[in-house]
Design a protein around this ligand. Sequence first.
Ligand code: GZL
Length: 326
Amino acid sequence: MNKKMVSLLTVSAMAISMMPLSVFAEEDLITVGYAQVGAESDWRTANTESFKSTFTEENGYKLIFDDAQQKQENQIKAIRSFIQQEVDYIVVAPVVETGWETVLQEAADAGIPVILSDRMMDLADDSLYTCWVGGNFTLEGETCGDWLAKYLEDNGRGEEEINIVTIQGTIGASAQIGRTEGFGNKLAEHENWKMLDMQSGEFTQAKGQEVMESFLKSYDDIDVVICENDNEAFGAIDAIKAAGKTCGPDGDIIVVSFDAVKAAFDSMIAGDLNATFECNPLHGPRVAEIIQKLEAGEEVEKIQYVDEAFFDTTMDLEAIQAERAY
Ligand code: GZL
């Protein structure tokens, strides 16, 4: 065989070896419709990436992804579209807890299992969904309250009158309901803590800044702001600084938040954010594991909490951040 033939064969062999091996025929792919809330926060971005990197053709899936821009009517439309496309599974991260019975019944009538990811639905008939994977939002709120009590005690402020404001998440979302309830359980344990005000920041940075600006105009003695996600905290910090005040461990106002995304570590390292309470967004692999079990005819647990921690400025944040996936 002449040299030209050998080099041609070598090149084509290399080209074939570099092609992504999709060992699944089109008709064997498991089709998954994912009705995502939107793209409102760093947490949501990481959650979306977790699904898109898990539900690939190489892994045996066809993902149909919909971004509802935080509107329930768009999620309902997406679910109906998935039903029409006769997907094998529907996954929903419900923007709010109520208003799902009708469309879930349509999915049940079509014989399509529904898996809830991230936030919960408030349903009279829980047979309308197969299972739920997410964070324990009430526990997150209670852990935040316990952290604040210890932080104040450690800083000699355990008996001081403490004025608190809360920037809530999207009203009616499980994460908002749970975090507000959980922190409220701890607020009730401290008669020297006073909740001055609570308003929704819609889980966004822009709205979080707007709400904090209004709080600062209304109250001149805020000691703590509870932000129900990191992006609201970034906005609140901007508002605090613009008002000529300081925040973080050595500041006028203690700032705490939820999610523990990468940018929250940056903010703690910069001395702005005091602590963040984790809500793991990497639900893709968990949901794929559930689908594989269902495909094999196995039972799956109805409620599946993900593991969560918290992080504050007393920790080696650079080292921790370097190890984290989001
Ligand atoms: C929590 C999730 C929340 C995050 C926010 O599981 O529903 O929605 O805390 C996101 O960042 O917007």
